[in-house]
Design a protein around this ligand. Structure first.
Ligand code: UDX
Length: 429
């Protein structure tokens, strides 16, 4: 099929490349000239393992262009995968979705199915369809909006898309359902076919459930610390019950990323807007905000102030295998350390380039975790990169001035750290 994908971010580009992998001819459009140039050179503008290889493998089926209107003209299916960032009030900003919708309305020459992949508030598909119909240059054309939320995780996006556990499709007509099956049948994944509002809700409800699960395990971890239990054993014991499941039960310094923080706030906003109080999600948001400050509060019991201290920061990104910093715990903690007057040496395998855009000079960035640890008075771990997990416990003792480690990801074994004579503090153990 001839498919156009609008937006070459995590969702758009991964979708496009995976659609090409199953045999479709895909044109990717974006307004960002730099991104399109990179893509045309066979390079991905985002850090995502396996994506560049798959993109180059399917290069005959993929085109990248700034000329969106030309691309939309004869498309059979158009995917919208642009961002829906958070507004100040917590609601989703649909500005980019509307911009694409307007261009589509002005340029299509054939009947067309438009697939909304971006995470959007319940009711958006209906509204965008009405908007496109009102703005259609050729009023005789038939367009239908289809909701098809994306569940990929950054760092495993290609694998998640090619092996998705379900494809959720929200449609108004059998015609659109059949077109979507033509798009997706070769993925061989189970369908959930529903109306558009339910499909939109599945996305928010799924993401927010996972955020809730993390907030819950983090609260249990906090309680474990108080009563002398070990959260890792508690998680293991809980996770073996398959009604609970063993995923997303890792306690830590809180969730970040482009989805959970945004989608919890968006659902809370939506509930408020409809005069409903969604207490569970509200609680998750609050728990997560406090959790991000957990380590620094603990460390303040040791040092009243971080002024003049050499601080090693290991991990800047919101999770491993991504260069994304959005809502990362590092972004909450580093300003506090800097404000106190700490001298920070930071290590991250992929996040430094983006972090430098925010803190170009205030921090010294190092290429090896050992350089950060050398002569440090204290170490904070914010991300569980393999490069950090692989540090030998004895290294902290050997290199640091004071072997004092605050680990927000529960990477190290308590006994091994004790044997290595490291003062080690983690979450819920
Ligand atoms: C998430 C969803 O998993 C995905 O389905 C959706 O499409 C987008 O949002 P992503 O944000 O890429 O994906 O990462 P994910 O692996 O889910 O982790 C999100 C955050 O939760 C990270 O900060 C991670 O460190 C944290 N997390 C995850 C925990 O603190 N504990 C866990 O047990 C799992």
């Amino acid at each position: 099929m001839k498919i156009v994908v609008a937006g070459t971010g995590y969702v758009g580009l991964v979708t496009a490349v995976c659609l090409a992998e199953v045999g479709h001819t895909v044109t990717c459009v974006d307004v960002d000239k730099e991104k399109i140039e990179l893509l045309n050179q066979g390079k991905t503008p985002i850090y995502e393992p396996g994506l560049e290889e798959l993109m180059n493998k399917n290069k005959d089926k993929l085109t990248y262009t700034l000329e969106s209107k030309k691309a939309y003209k004869n498309a059979e299916v158009i995917f919208i995968g642009v961002g829906t960032p958070e507004k100040k009030d917590g609601s989703a900003n649909l500005k980019y979705v509307y911009e694409v919708a307007k261009e589509i309305a002005e340029s299509i020459r054939n009947d067309c199915v438009i697939v909304l992949k971006s995470t959007v508030p319940i009711g958006t598909n209906k509204k965008i369809e009405k908007f496109i119909k009102t703005n259609l240059a050729n009023k005789n054309l038939k367009v239908e909006l289809v909701s098809n939320p994306e569940f990929l995780s950054q760092g495993t996006a290609v694998r998640d898309t090619l092996n998705a556990q379900r494809i959720v499709i929200g449609v108004k007509s059998k015609h659109a359902e059949n077109i979507m099956k033509k798009v997706y049948d070769d993925f061989g994944q189970p369908y959930v076919i529903t109306d558009r509002q339910s499909s939109e809700m599945i996305k928010y409800a799924s993401n927010d459930f996972l955020a809730l699960k993390i907030a819950y395990i983090n609260e249990i971890a906090n309680l474990c610390e108080i009563v002398g239990a070990n959260i890792q054993d508690v998680s293991k014991g809980m996770g073996m019950d398959n009604r609970i499941g063993n995923k997303f039960l890792n306690a830590g310094i809180g969730y970040g990323g482009s989805c959970f923080p945004k989608d919890t706030k968006a659902l809370n906003w939506l509930a408020n807007f409809n005069d409903y109080e969604i207490k569970t999600i509200k609680a998750a948001i609050e728990v997560n905000e406090n959790q991000k400050l957990k380590l620094i509060k603990k460390a303040r019991k040791h040092y009243d102030s971080f002024e003049g201290l050499n601080v090693a920061v290991l991990g800047l990104t919101f999770k491993p295998n991504t260069d994304d910093l959005r809502e990362a715990p590092s972004l909450v903690n580093i300003p506090i350390l800097l404000e106190d007057g700490a001298k920070i040496k930071a290590y991250d395998p992929a996040g430094v380039k983006n972090f430098k855009k925010i803190y170009p000079k205030e921090i010294e960035y190092v290429k090896d975790p050992k350089q950060a640890l050398k002569d440090a008075d204290i170490c904070f771990i914010f991300t569980e990169w393999d490069e950090i997990k692989n540090i030998e416990p004895t290294t902290f003792k050997e290199l640091m001035k004071t072997p004092l480690v605050y680990d927000g990801r529960n990477i190290f074994d308590l006994k091994e750290m004790k044997d290595a004579e490291v003062d080690y503090f983690s979450i819920g153990r």
